[in-house]
Design a protein around this ligand. Structure first.
Ligand code: HEC
Length: 319
């Protein structure tokens, strides 16, 4: 009852076995010898790097805890981490930039699960399923256009995401303070020096690690865009109280800035917030092109794998 495709596959397998008998080498000792040599090389390189790293390290650590103890290959140890810092943005190693950038494309909270768990898992399942879907024994690249196109697209998309992740603007206070004056123009409060000062404080105080403002900053932990918060017609006093101690308003996510900033500083931020009327509808929102493109790419990947299954035809002979 064997279909012709199955017969063809069995014949191919038989040919393969004959080939192995004729030209193959046994696993022991040939393949094992190769593996042993290669493993030895890798381990030796690691040991050599460790020696160079430790040997070239100079002790520049000062008694007050500043300075470092660094070799050619990086720090042996540096001064203690400061948990209260606001000008350091943790970033992953470069080979994770493409995943890191996916996190930026998919915004908290609606689609972040899709970006962090969904897409990588689907991509992995596609990869695991591939040998079962594509059972042809064709190996020549020119006869596997679908697989080649899929591979090229994967490399390109990972390259683009890595590049975008590497050049992505961080919510660093110093960088954001530089764009704060442009907000005054867009929002029309250039004349109000308290509000302009508040804008600068807003940019430097870490508000933009959770909130977005006229397209700046990153939205996290469900914090709303504040570009048009002033049009809610809340008073300056209300904003002062809110920012001083958000927990009084049921917000336990946002830090109590009353503990960090002076009354005058909080007041300036409050004036700035009340003057933020939304710059003629600009800022925030917009079409989520990043998400649309990412989903299209994912759809294309699924289609490519499915089309591999559809074009499962017996080749004239295996290459
Ligand atoms: C750790 C994250 C975080 C930081 C940092 C933060 N916020 Fe918030 N903020 C939130 C969240 C979350 C909410 C929404 C709470 C809610 O809806 O109950 C919020 C709400 C607000 C609101 C009320 C918005 C509304 O629609 O009622 C204002 C105003 C505000 N934040 C201002 C600020 C300012 C000013 C700073 C900086 C000095 C700041 N936030 C820093 C997380 C943060």
């Amino acid at each position: 009852m064997a279909s012709s495709a199955l017969k063809e596959r069995r014949a191919r397998f038989k040919r393969y076995k004959e080939d192995v008998d004729r030209r193959g080498k046994s696993f022991f000792p040939y393949a094992m010898f190769h593996d042993t040599v290669m493993s030895l090389v890798v381990v030796s390189v690691i040991v050599a790097l460790a020696i160079i790293w430790r040997w070239t390290a100079d002790d520049n650590l000062k008694p007050d805890g500043t300075g470092d103890y660094t070799g050619w290959l990086g720090a042996v140890y540096t001064h203690k981490a400061d948990p209260g810092t606001t000008n350091f943005v943790p970033r992953p190693d470069w080979y994770f930039y493409f995943l890191f950038y996916l996190l930026r494309i998919f915004k908290w909270p609606d689609s972040v699960v899709l970006g962090t768990v969904g897409i990588p898992t689907i991509a992995l399942i596609l990869l695991l399923a591939l040998p079962f879907v594509d059972t042809r024994s064709e190996r020549r690249l020119s006869r596997r256009p679908v697989a080649v196109v899929a591979a090229i697209l994967t490399v390109i998309s990972m390259g683009v995401l890595t590049y975008k992740g590497a050049t992505a603007k961080e919510s660093l206070g110093s960088e954001l303070a530089a764009i704060a004056p442009t907000w005054a123009q867009k929002q029309g409060f250039s004349g109000d020096s308290t509000a302009v000062n508040g804008a600068k404080l807003f940019a430097e105080s870490g508000c933009l690690t959770c909130h977005t403002y006229l397209g700046a900053g990153s939205s996290n932990l469900g914090a709303p865009d504040l570009s048009s918060i002033g049009s809610t017609s809340q008073s300056v006093d209300f904003f002062s109280q809110y920012v001083s101690d958000p927990s009084e308003f049921g917000n336990n996510v946002m830090p109590k800035f009353g503990e960090k900033l002076t009354k005058d500083q909080i007041n300036a931020i409050a004036v700035f917030l009340s003057k933020s009327k939304g710059a003629g509808g600009g800022g925030g929102g917009g079409t989520p092109w990043g998400q649309i493109i990412a989903l299209l790419a994912l759809g294309l990947a699924v289609l490519l794998v499915l089309s591999l299954a559809a074009t499962r035809r017996a080749p004239p002979g295996y290459a």
